[in-house]
Design a protein around this ligand. Structure first.
Ligand code: IMP
Ligand code: MG
Length: 177
């Protein structure tokens, strides 16, 4: 698989994200909310760099299969702690059209956090269909399908320690396996 971002670059990017998080929130208590399942690796690596009192929450958004409208998302928030009055950082693996992050941002906002910011590991160039923007992007990438470091194709490849471009030949190999 063609490697787009290697392990060392990812580590540097996560450290930059941690520095940004400290600048944004200082040493006040923070809740980091990870979007399942893609942000799990990023979440685990990020929180180990953070020094403020910290809670972890999880949220999931899945698109309605066969739904008529795109952007019709089902939100699962059973693993979300109390956000009211808290400083909250919502993180996701990738900002593609932006619909997922925007919906989850709005969902979290209803809980009345003191502050709510968003950060994504990857952002695809020129694909966003919303004026909503993440507050922090670690890497901007070309509009290609990527896997690894949390990102999946058909629920596989999330465990790769790098981010690779999933090309037609990789898809053919996946089909054969
Ligand atoms: P959005 O709502 O279009 O921004 O899509 C975000 C979601 O689509 C992400 O959380 C991923 O689950 C998935 N996604 C978008 N692009 C990719 C990709 O290149 N590889 C793997 N998953 C992707
Ligand atoms: Mg995802």
């Amino acid at each position: 698989m063609r490697i787009l971002i290697d392990q060392e670059e990812i580590n540097r990017g996560i450290r930059d994200l941690a520095d940004w998080t400290h600048r944004e929130f200082g040493d006040k208590p923070l809740t980091v909310v990870g979007v399942m399942t893609g942000s799990l690796l990023m979440l685990a690596d990020l929180v180990r760099h953070l020094r403020m009192p910290l809670c972890i929450g999880l949220i999931q958004a899945s698109s309605y299969r066969g739904g008529t409208q795109s952007g019709n998302l089902r939100v699962v928030d059973t693993m979300l702690p109390q956000l009211q009055g808290r400083n909250v950082l919502l993180i996701d693996d990738i900002f593609d059209t932006g619909q997922t992050l925007e919906s989850l941002y709005r969902h979290c906002l209803k809980e009345e956090p003191a502050q709510l910011k968003t950060a994504v590991l990857l952002r695809k160039e020129g694909v966003s269909r919303t004026i909503f923007q993440p507050d922090h992007t670690v890497f901007t990438i070309p509009d290609e399908f990527v896997v690894g470091y949390g990102l999946d194709y058909d629920e596989q490849y999330r465990n790769l320690p790098y981010i690779g471009v999933f090309e037609a030949c990789d898809q053919a190999a996946h089909q054969r396996a």
